[in-house]
Design a protein around this ligand. Structure first.
Ligand SMILES: Cc1cc2nc3c(=O)[nH]c(=O)nc-3n(C[C@H](O)[C@H](O)[C@H](O)COP(=O)(O)OP(=O)(O)OC[C@H]3O[C@@H](n4cnc5c(N)ncnc54)[C@H](O)[C@@H]3O)c2cc1C
Length: 382
């Protein structure tokens, strides 16, 4: 059993956890744990232009050669949303430049390396086991998954950041629940890209919507979003079953050529619903990124929210200064300020989501769209 003393413990080394670690490490003694030894392949590649401004500020995107390995420019989006006519939204006039298409796994490997270079104490392959609050500090027990040679690490820390993604494991262990606003899921695959046009594509369908984007190394990702209760799950078992839905959409089907069928990697289903933790911070802890609020992929804002919120947390912790010296009033004021920031992001997100879903009126009577139109009406009356 290993004992560690640290000022801040971050649980979860995804984008939110890594950016928080990098920005907090200049001021505090920081440790980070992640249950996975290395980041896996993940869906979600489109990095909003504004996020790149923050990465530049942290000097993470200064090396052009390194950047070229991690992402490609995404010139824009072709959208079949609300009509059969294609609409092009280009990023050429955005003052922050193009959005980027990331190799998500390589980007997270890169971030972990930057965290290590910052002198953060890293524990990869170590998951949250339990937590205990006593004498104005947290005692967090983490364990490795290895059955043989299982290691136990105990962290005595003044502050915990829950960056464990949609499952918000730390907050849940404190019996704090999440509210789900829908039951959106996404089924995804990757394959070689053969198209010269590398714009992203979104297309609505009667029971959901499609999304496709080109990522580095000439790869293409294809995702279908629908509600968990509206689809026969057997369609999402493997590529053969998924292809029965793919062939119903000509544009998406055209991205798949016969000679590449054996190169398709089917990744299955992930949750993609809009959810919010019922309490985003408490006594010497807070939830960050997806652990606090998770967005519909339509917004393409999840990574930006994770990155921007991590920076806001750093600024707030520096303003309120209670990490080294416990101060009840400052902690209470900090909690109010952080809760208010997250609430305002959430309200603005819901507003945009409702407007966007509201513009597709072709399948008004289909449950997928009917639910979303009713939601937008309900939210606008609040
Ligand atoms: C289908 C889909 C498409 C998307 N597309 C986009 C997009 O184009 N653009 C965009 O900006 N966003 C997109 N997103 C959202 C984006 O992927 C997330 O917002 C982002 O991953 C959030 O980062 P995070 O660090 O908060 O959480 P995560 O990426 O979920 O990271 C959480 C980390 O915590 C670790 N962890 C979990 N439990 C434990 C535990 N008990 N102990 C220790 N470690 C733990 C995990 O291993 C993981 O590394 C998409 C999401 C979906 C579902």
């Amino acid at each position: 059993m290993n004992n560690h003393k640290t000022e801040i413990l971050i649980i979860g080394g995804g984008i939110a956890g890594c950016i928080a670690a990098i920005s907090l490490a200049d001021t505090y003694n920081v440790s980070i744990v992640d249950k996975l030894e290395t980041p896996p392949e993940k869906v979600g590649e489109s990095l909003a232009p504004a996020a790149q401004r923050i990465l530049n500020k942290l000097q993470l995107f200064t090396n052009t050669t390194e950047q070229e390995k991690l992402c490609i420019n995404n010139l824009g989006m072709q959208s079949y949303w609300g009509s059969d006519q294609v609409r092009i939204v280009d990023h050429l006039r955005n003052p922050d430049g193009c959005s980027k298409s990331l190799d998500r796994q390589q980007f997270e490997i890169f971030l972990r390396k930057k965290v290590e270079e910052k002198g953060v104490h890293c524990f990869w392959g170590t998951r949250l086991f339990n937590s205990f609050y006593e004498n104005k500090a947290w005692k967090i027990t983490c364990k490795t998954d290895l059955l043989k040679n299982r290691t136990t690490d105990i962290f005595n820390t003044n502050f915990v950041i829950d960056a464990t993604g949609r499952n918000s494991h730390f907050a849940r262990s404190l019996q704090i629940n999440r509210t789900s606003f829908d039951s959106l899921i996404s089924c995804w695959l990757t394959l070689p890209n053969k198209e010269k046009n590398t714009m992203s594509t979104i297309i609505t369908d009667s029971d959901g919507w499609w999304y496709s984007a080109v990522t580095p190394k000439h790869k293409r990702v294809i995702c279908f979003q629908t509600d968990a209760d509206l689809i026969d799950k057997s369609y999402f078992k493997n590529y053969d079953s998924f292809s029965k839905i793919i062939i119903t959409n000509q544009i998406i089907n055209n991205y798949i050529t016969k000679e590449d069928i054996n190169k398709i990697q089917f990744h299955g289903v992930v949750s993609a619903n809009s959810t919010k933790l019922n309490q985003v911070c408490g006594t010497q802890w807070l939830a960050l990124g997806d652990a606090a609020i998770s967005f519909d992929p339509l917004s393409s804002q999840g990574m930006f929210n994770a990155i921007a919120s991590a920076m806001q947390v750093t600024e707030l912790l520096q303003d309120y200064k209670f990490i080294r010296k416990y101060d009840h009033h400052k902690i209470t004021d900090f909690s109010k300020a952080y809760t208010s920031q997250i609430t305002s992001i959430w309200n603005s997100y819901l507003n945009h989501k409702n407007i966007f879903y509201g513009t597709e009126k072709r399948w008004k009577e289909h449950p997928f769209w009917k639910r979303r139109h009713q939601h937008s009406l309900k939210d606008s009356l609040i």
